[in-house]
Design a protein around this ligand. Structure first.
Ligand SMILES: [Zn+2]
Length: 279
């Protein structure tokens, strides 16, 4: 739908109202628009020592940095986790999303690992965080399918680190194989999907099944092309295949969808907070 801004807002309001089921597909752009930016001031102010020592440019690329020691790795990661998972309160943009959908049957599918949907009030059983959770650690080799809460450990690592290193006694070790630990975020084939992950996956499928043939709105804020196979492409397919499925896409960089779906998609390139707060 190539309408002007006011018309697209009106159309989105109508779709929100008419929908019996709403699926939110939240990507990195949503957290960024909500305030959890990975570059710029938020990075340079919080990581001055790491920038000086390692030449890091932003939190996204820094998360792939090949640290030589576990002490350095966890000094970086504890601060990264703290800043993005524990320090921020529920952010207004996420709260706005909750307000928009909470009275309808809704479900959240997200690649974000910062727990913002939980903080905003979404019920845990209505969230499938496919790519993990900054708040958990796992065996780096995935030798067993269990996750461990890291809040207390992360807070200590943040507090006790000096010169970009944590004290060696804080380095976590796998309780089963004795090897290294990692944050539970999908970055390689060792990512651990525990029982709760599979439960969430099943609940997501069941929700989609229930919504089949019903008026369904797919609301897709901030999903780009990092991992399009998780949200973006499935949403396009559903919109194409199912008569009563509509897609509302909020995306600064890639608002356009499949040409076949043009009549069933409302796309916004405009400022996400501006759009959501106008609904
Ligand atoms: Zn292990």
């Amino acid at each position: 739908m190539q309408a002007n801004y006011a018309e697209r807002l009106a159309e989105t309001r109508r779709l929100l109202q008419d929908a019996e089921y709403i699926v939110i597909g939240g990507g990195a752009g949503l957290s960024s628009a909500a305030g959890l930016t990975y570059a710029g001031e938020r990075f340079s102010e919080n990581f001055a020592d790491f920038i000086k020592k390692y030449g890091m440019t932003d939190m996204y690329t820094a998360s792939f940095y090949p640290f030589a020691t576990q002490e350095e790795k966890w000094a970086y990661w504890s601060r990264h986790i703290f800043l993005n998972r524990y320090a921020p309160p529920a952010l207004p943009l996420y709260q706005k999303l909750y307000e928009l959908v909470c009275e309808k049957e809704h479900f959240v599918l997200t690649t974000n690992v910062d727990y913002q949907f939980h903080k905003a009030g979404f019920a845990p059983e209505r969230i499938f965080a496919v790519q993990g959770d900054y708040g958990k650690i796992q065996c780096a080799k995935g030798c067993h399918d269990k996750l461990y809460d890291n809040e207390e450990l992360v807070r200590r690592m943040v507090k006790e680190q000096k010169n970009c290193r944590i004290p060696s006694e804080l380095v976590p070790k796998c309780p089963v194989c004795g090897g290294k630990m990692e944050v539970n975020v999908r970055k390689d084939e060792y990512f651990v999907q525990d029982a709760a992950w599979y439960d969430a996956n099943m609940r997501c499928d069941a929700f989609m099944e229930k919504a089949r043939g019903k008026k369904t709105l797919l609301l897709e804020p901030g999903v780009g092309y990092n991992t399009p196979a998780i949200i973006r492409f499935p949403f396009e397919r559903l919109t194409y295949r199912e008569k009563d499925v509509y897609l509302v896409r909020l995306n600064r960089d890639y608002p356009d969808g499949a040409p076949e779906n043009r009549k069933k998609t409302v796309a916004f390139r405009e400022n996400m907070a501006g759009v959501l707060n106008s609904l």
